[in-house]
Design a protein around this ligand. Structure first.
Ligand SMILES: NC(=O)c1ccc[n+]([C@@H]2O[C@H](COP(=O)([O-])OP(=O)(O)OC[C@H]3O[C@@H](n4cnc5c(N)ncnc54)[C@H](O)[C@@H]3O)[C@@H](O)[C@H]2O)c1
Length: 306
C-alpha cells in the first residue's frame, strides 16, 4: 500500500505496531491508542518516521481529524481474562466499535478490524467462517457483537467492513504484552531465562500459530474487499503445546522441560485450526511463515535486543 492516509486504533500494541511499521514509510499513518497494553516504544521508529501518535480511546475517534482512506481498528481489549476481571469491558468494546463504524460511515471509508478465533471455542475444527458460535465467555461475546454491528453498517449504510478472525498470533513486539503474550513468546522467554514454561493441563491442546508478518499481510489484503466479510487469519496447520515446546527447545538450545499444572480455566479453548480457503479465494491471503521459521525469526529478534 502506498500514498494512502490510514488511521490505526491500537497501533501501539503488538499486531498494530507491526502493521504501522509496514505502512509508515510509504503512507500517512495516525495511531490512536489508549496505552492500556500498548507501548510508545513499539512505535519508536514509526514516530521518528512519519507516523503520528495520539493517546486516546477508540470511542473518541471523532476527535481525529483527517482525510483517511482506511481505518484499521485493533484498539479492542485484547485478552479474555481482562473481561473476566471486568465484564463492563464488553460495553466499552461495543461503544468503541459503534463510534468507529459511525466514523467510517460518515467518511465513506472501509473498516478492517480485529476479531478472534476464540469465537470457534467448542466447535469442531477445521474452523470455517460460517459457523454459529456458542456462548463461552465475555471476550468472544464482545467480538461477536462487533461482527454483527459491522454487518449491520454494511447492510444499512454500505460501509465495507472486514472482520479478521486472528488465530494464535506471535512475533515481533509480542513480548511487551507480558502475561497476555502468545504462548510461543512466553515459553521462549522462559527458556531464555532458564525457567520452566508453565503449561495448563497435559499440553495436548492445539493451536494454529500464525506469524505477525502474515497477519499484517492479511489485514492489507482485506482492506479492498467489498461489503461485509469475515476472514480467518491462520495457517491451516496446528501444533500441540508439547510439539511447540520441543521446537522451542531446539531453537533456543535450552533443554528445559515445561511444568504442567491443573487446568485453571473454565471453557478453555482446546483446539484451533483455521480453514483458510475463503481468505485464499477471496483476498488471496495465504500464510507464508512456518512455525519453525517464525520461532527462529522471533528468537533472533529477542536475542539481538539482550
Ligand atoms: N495476538 C493474538 O493472538 C490475537 C488473537 C485474536 C485476536 N486478537 C485481537 O487483535 C487485536 C490486537 O491484539 P494484540 O495482540 O496486538 O494485542 P495488544 O494488547 O498488544 O493490542 C491492543 C492495543 O489496543 C489498545 N487498546 C485497547 N483498548 C483500546 C481502546 N478502547 N482504545 C484505544 N486503544 C485501545 C491497547 O493499548 C493496545 O495497544 C486485539 O483486539 C486482540 O483481541 C489478537
Amino acid at each position: 500500500m502506498k500514498g494512502k492516509s490510514i488511521l490505526v486504533t491500537g497501533g501501539a500494541g503488538f499486531i498494530g505496531s507491526n502493521l504501522v511499521d509496514t505502512l509508515y514509510k510509504d503512507n500517512e499513518v495516525v495511531v490512536l491508542d489508549n496505552l492500556h497494553t500498548g507501548k510508545r516504544k513499539n512505535l519508536e521508529n514509526a514516530i521518528k518516521g512519519r507516523a503520528k501518535f495520539v493517546e486516546g480511546d477508540a470511542k473518541d475517534i471523532k476527535s481525529i481529524k483527517g482525510d483517511f482512506d482506511f481505518v484499521f481498528h485493533l484498539g479492542i481489549y485484547s485478552a479474555s481474562p481482562m473481561y473476566r476481571d471486568n465484564p463492563n469491558l464488553v460495553g466499552e468494546v461495543v461503544h468503541g466499535i459503534t463510534n468507529v463504524l459511525e466514523y467510517c460511515k460518515e467518511s465513506k471509508i472501509p473498516l478492517v478490524f480485529a476479531s478472534t478465533s476464540s469465537i470457534y471455542n467448542g466447535i469442531e475444527p477445521p474452523h470455517r467462517e460460517k459457523v454459529i458460535p456458542g456462548v463461552t465467555d465475555f471476550y468472544t461475546e464482545a467480538r461477536i457483537a462487533c461482527e454483527r454491528l459491522g454487518e449491520l453498517y454494511a447492510n444499512l449504510f454500505d460501509v465495507n467492513v472486514s472482520a479478521m478472525r486472528f488465530f494464535s498470533v506471535y512475533g515481533y513486539n509480542d513480548i511487551g504484552k507480558g502475561k497476555y503474550a502468545n504462548l510461543v513468546t512466553q515459553f521462549m522467554v522462559s527458556l531464555i531465562k532458564g525457567e520452566q514454561p508453565v503449561i495448563y493441563g497435559d499440553g495436548e491442546q492445539r493451536r494454529d500459530f500464525v506469524f505477525v508478518t502474515d497477519v499484517v499481510d492479511a489485514l492489507l489484503k482485506a482492506s479492498s474487499s467489498k461489503g461485509f466479510n469475515v476472514f480467518n487469519v491462520g495457517t491451516g496447520k496446528n501444533y500441540s503445546l508439547n510439539e511447540a515446546m520441543e521446537r522451542l527447545k531446539k531453537v533456543t538450545g535450552k533443554n528445559i522441560d515445561p511444568k504442567y499444572i491443573k487446568m485453571p480455566v473454565k471453557n478453555y479453548v482446546m483446539t484451533t485450526l483455521a480453514d483458510q480457503s475463503k481468505a485464499k479465494k477471496e483476498i488471496g491471503f495465504e500464510a507464508k511463515v512456518s512455525l519453525d521459521k517464525g520461532m527462529s525469526l522471533l528468537y533472533s529478534s529477542i536475542s539481538s535486543k539482550e
